[in-house]
Design a protein around this ligand. Structure first.
Ligand SMILES: CC(C)(COP(=O)(O)OP(=O)(O)OC[C@H]1O[C@@H](n2cnc3c(N)ncnc32)[C@H](O)[C@@H]1OP(=O)(O)O)[C@@H](O)C(=O)NCCC(=O)NCCSC(=O)Cc1ccccc1
Length: 156
């Protein structure tokens, strides 16, 4: 199965979730080791300053990160337990509602997916650091985040 088809499958799964629907998060790019998702702010996503609510930005970042974490292992997920252990976000600049759409990009350095697949094949538990950057519609960085994905052989 090609990565475009896998991306469609992963995003279709995300689209069933209430938070994803509420936030209007959409898939933009999906490839092994890379995931980009976007949000076009609606009035209910904004805070008292008219900026994207911090929790919505965190949710956008987490969606990008966990999508990237699974992007190179979709075919192995049946045998794999995967959850986010933690996440940290730095809000670098105001995410003004009118400056959308906002794009969250999560991408691994070269070799990460290959190592992860080898660890899964070897039934080695992994703690994967997953970076995310969020930019506004002009490309200006507005947040940087890091998540830890726990990836283990699924217990019977
Ligand atoms: C698992 C760990 C991170 C580490 O804890 P540790 O002390 O080392 O582990 P411990 O042994 O205590 O097990 C704890 C629980 O985990 C389960 N389990 C563990 N290993 C296996 C296994 N090999 N196979 C099967 N299950 C396993 C175990 O049964 C137990 O369940 P229980 O509680 O009995 O029902 C724990 O702190 C935790 O679950 N945190 C919450 C994580 C969370 O909810 N994140 C938020 C969002 S998730 C997300 O991102 C969604 C997403 C994913 C993918 C794509 C897109 C989106």
């Amino acid at each position: 199965m090609g990565s475009a088809t896998m991306g469609d499958l992963v995003m279709a799964g995300f689209q069933k979730l209430g938070f994803i629907q509420y936030a209007g998060i959409e898939g933009v790019e999906f490839d092994a080791g890379r995931n980009v998702v976007s949000i076009a702010p609606r009035p209910e996503h904004l805070n008292h300053n008219g900026d994207l609510h911090a929790a919505v930005l965190f949710g956008l970042a987490e969606t990008a990160a966990m999508g990237a974490a699974v992007s190179g292992i979709v075919d192995l997920m049946g045998a794999t337990f995967i959850v986010a252990r933690d996440g940290r976000i730095e809000y670098l600049a105001r995410a003004k509602g009118a400056a959308g759409p906002f794009l969250a990009t999560s991408e691994f350095p070269a070799g990460t997916v290959e190592r992860l697949r080898a660890d899964i094949a070897g039934r080695v538990a992994v703690e994967l650091e997953v970076p995310v950057e969020i930019a506004d519609g002009s490309g200006k960085p507005i947040a940087a985040a890091t998540f830890t994905a726990v990836i283990r052989p699924r217990r019977a």
